[in-house]
Structure formats: C-alpha cells, structure tokens
Design a protein around this ligand. Sequence first.
Ligand code: HH2
Length: 290
Amino acid sequence: MTGTGDAGWRLRDSVLSLGRPLVMGILNATPDSFSDGGRFRSAGPALARARRMVDEGADLVDVGGESTRPGASQVSVAEEVDRVVPLVRLLKASISVPVSVDTRRAEVARLALEAGADAVNDVSALSDPEMAAVVASHGCGLVLMHMRGTPATMQSMAVYGDVAGEVAEELSERLGRALDAGIEADRIALDPGIGFAKTAEQNLELIARLDVLVRLGHPVLVGASRKAFIGRLLGGIAADERDAGTVGACVVGLARGARIFRVHEVRAARHALDVADAVLRIPAAIGVAT
Ligand code: HH2
C-alpha cells in the first residue's frame, strides 16, 4: 500500500478511501484542551458539534477525553472512560461517519471499541503494553503517532540530529510492534506528532519533509490544527484564531503526501484540501504555452 492513490484505510467494518484527502474532525470531551477545552463535555453540545462536522465534510470524528497539551495533568482511567465511552456510544447511534478514540490507555480503548469505536488514535504509539493486543483483537483502525516521553516531559526531549529521519525510524519500531501483534498493515496510519516533543522549527521541518514518513508505505496523518507553532508564526494569535494558518499547514502536508488531516474547523480544511488535491492531480508535464 502507498500513502497516496486509491488505496483505503481499513477501520472496523468500513474502509475510508484515500482517493480524496480525509478530514478527521476533533471532538475534545476535556475540560482543559488548549483550544476548545470544556465546550463539548456534555452530550448535547458534543453531538451537535459532531453533526456539524459531518455536515461540513468530516470523514471521521475523533473523540478524546484527555488533554495532551504540554504539561497537562493526567486524568484517571475511570474519568477518561466516563468522558469518552458514553459519547462514543451516542455518536455511533447518531452520526454516519466512523468514530475514532484518542487515547493512550488500553482499557479506555477496549471499552470505547466495545461501545462501537472504529479506530484507536494512540498519541503514544502503543506505549501501554496491552494496547496492541486490544487493537488486534477488535480488528479496528489504528493511528500510531510519534512522541517522546509523555505530555508532561516531552518538550525537554525535542533534541534531534535529523528530525524527519529519527521520527520515521522511531515510528518504524512501533509499526513493527503493531504488525508483530497481528494488527493488519492496511489498518495502520502514521503521524509525525506535530507539537509532541518538537520545537516550532522542527514542526515546520517535519511538514516540509513528510515524504520521509510517506515512504514507510502507510497513510500519513497530520495534526497541526491550531498548534502553538502556528500562533508563534502569526504574531502570537490565540488558538481559536489559527484556523487559516492550520489550513496552510494542511495544504503543504497534502502536497508532501499526507492523506489524513486532524482539524478543529472542518469546513475550511475540507474546501482547501479538495481544491489543493484537484490541482495536485494535474500532471506537471502538461505545462503551459508561454
Ligand atoms: N494532537 C493532539 C491530540 N491528539 N492525535 C493525533 N493523531 N495527532 C495529533 O497531532 C494530535 C492527536 C493535541 O491537540 P488537541 O486534541 O486539539 O488538544 P488537547 O490534546 O489539548 O486535547
């Protein structure tokens, strides 16, 4: 399988075509997420938000119950389950697109999968020793994201000689772990982990050199939405003002071979990615008479 073209990303009982860029809408059921914390904790607003994202063109909805911003405090498994599992069940009964669960904990993943989740988005790439077996036994999709350390410690670990090469190498090791556990290759997407144990400059370099990750032969997901490096580039603007900057990062990511984009603001990303994808499909060889 290649990172582009008409291959599909296989989830539980569905396959998302990679022929068109995929937009993953973010639904944070957390009180402390950096850009939308606390707004979608109760069922009504969360469901309304998910429905809106689907109407705006989201291909899947990613539900998270733990903030992973640098230095965020850890929640208990029970609290995370409480935030995520009923919401996954509600979404599965109410919306037409697949649902992923953004968790580092195998127990949360297991219960979310039992509630119907289609994929696990693991920002720690199988750090929980039970995670690979849970994913393998449920036959669902998996995102392996690169990070070093934990959200509490990661920013002190942003030391690389060759950031793209080292991220690809470290993710390859986790990919091997997933395959050894019996998770099928076409269920696995890879993510460089923008903002996780990376400086602002390293984030830019990773987006510019995504082709290094694409070469591993799996769909590549980019999660740049509203992150601090965008704010820094744009004069320190607040997180909820960073959607246009996010779109810029997504479009370049697409040009470098990424196919899945995790965003807060779905409509803008959907439009920009569809237009950019159409342009990128024009063979450069056509040329223009001058
Ligand atoms: N980023 C965040 C959370 N989950 N998952 C993947 N695969 N890739 C990412 O880049 C990624 C992710 C952090 O962003 P957000 O969910 O908006 O904030 P918070 O962690 O504060 O809830």
